[in-house]
Design a protein around this ligand. Structure first.
Ligand code: NAP
Length: 246
């Protein structure tokens, strides 16, 4: 039995991008971290090594969130290695922009498999296995509000996340578990840069009145707030974090 009583956070998709920044920030907040990844073991182990080097506690666990068995095994590993689960951050996600008419069945299924079923799988598991008083943060996107061409399938997947999140917050009545969603605007990660020209990137950076792209740390600080006592009266909400774009 693990004697360490510090709270534990599972961060899905924490091998890089926003998830890696969330893992770092929540570790600084006093959480022991489960760094989930899908395929980039080297990057996940680097995140864990950085956390260990700064005196924090973390493990890396491979799990494809779109697969229910993998998600069960993810929670099994967290309980076995760290003894408890208090926070779930559903950060893992994929984006490929494509006009709806040109979208293949495979791209639709992959996007919904990871963004929607992935979130469903972890929420269902969390309902059984998160400690009372826990917190959940799901991930949507500001482009859902912007109605941008090319983002129909991705936005639809995140609309489903927002819908599940709001209902789930109510279904957890009596457990003192809060469920909120962050909807970032463009953030400087591989997911955003991939497939964009420099002109498109500059265009996105000019959109917010604050005139820059978001950084992973901007979003990590919001997640930190949403899992803290400071946000104790915020539940079932969507926080659009985009420098004022929408
Ligand atoms: P990213 O840099 O592409 O990183 C994605 C992370 O998700 C990686 O750690 C990846 O793991 C993991 N992942 C992918 N598929 C997975 C699966 N099936 N199971 C488990 N993990 C999986 O993405 P990001 O920009 O940090 O995005 C994080 C979240 O923010 C996503 O939900 C995204 O939709 C949302 N978001 C991003 C932006 C933006 O502009 N960046 C804006 C709005 C919302 P591997 O390394 O193993 O592949």
């Amino acid at each position: 039995m693990n004697q360490d009583t510090r709270p534990v956070a599972i961060v899905t998709g924490a091998s890089r991008g926003i998830g890696a920044a969330i893992a770092q920030r929540l570790a600084e907040d006093g959480y022991r971290i489960v760094v989930n990844y899908a395929s980039n073991e080297g990057e996940a182990q680097r995140v864990v090594a950085t956390l260990h080097a700064t005196g924090h506690s973390a493990i890396a666990v491979r799990a494809d969130v779109s697969k229910p068995d993998d998600v069960r095994a993810l929670f099994d590993a967290a309980e076995r290695e760290l003894g408890r689960v208090d926070v779930l951050v559903n950060n893992a996600g994929v984006l490929k922009t494509m006009p709806l008419a040109e979208t293949s069945d495979e791209l639709f299924e992959n996007t919904f498999g990871i963004n929607v079923q992935g979130t469903f799988n972890t929420l269902r598991e969390a309902a059984r296995r998160l400690n009372d008083g826990g917190r959940i943060v799901n991930f949507s996107t500001t482009v859902l509000a912007m109605k941008l061409p090319g983002y129909a399938i991705y936005s639809a997947s995140k609309a489903a996340v927002e819908a599940m999140s709001a209902v789930f917050a109510k279904e957890l009545r009596g457990r003192q578990i809060r469920v909120n969603t962050v909807a970032p605007g463009p953030v400087a990660t591989e997911l955003f840069f991939s497939g964009k020209t420099q002109e498109q990137i500059t265009g996105f950076a000019r959109m917010p009145p604050l005139e820059r792209l978001g950084e992973p740390g901007d979003i990590a600080r919001i997640v930190s707030f949403l899992v803290s006592e400071e946000s104790g009266w915020v539940n079932g909400q969507v926080l659009r974090a985009n420098g004022g774009t929408a």
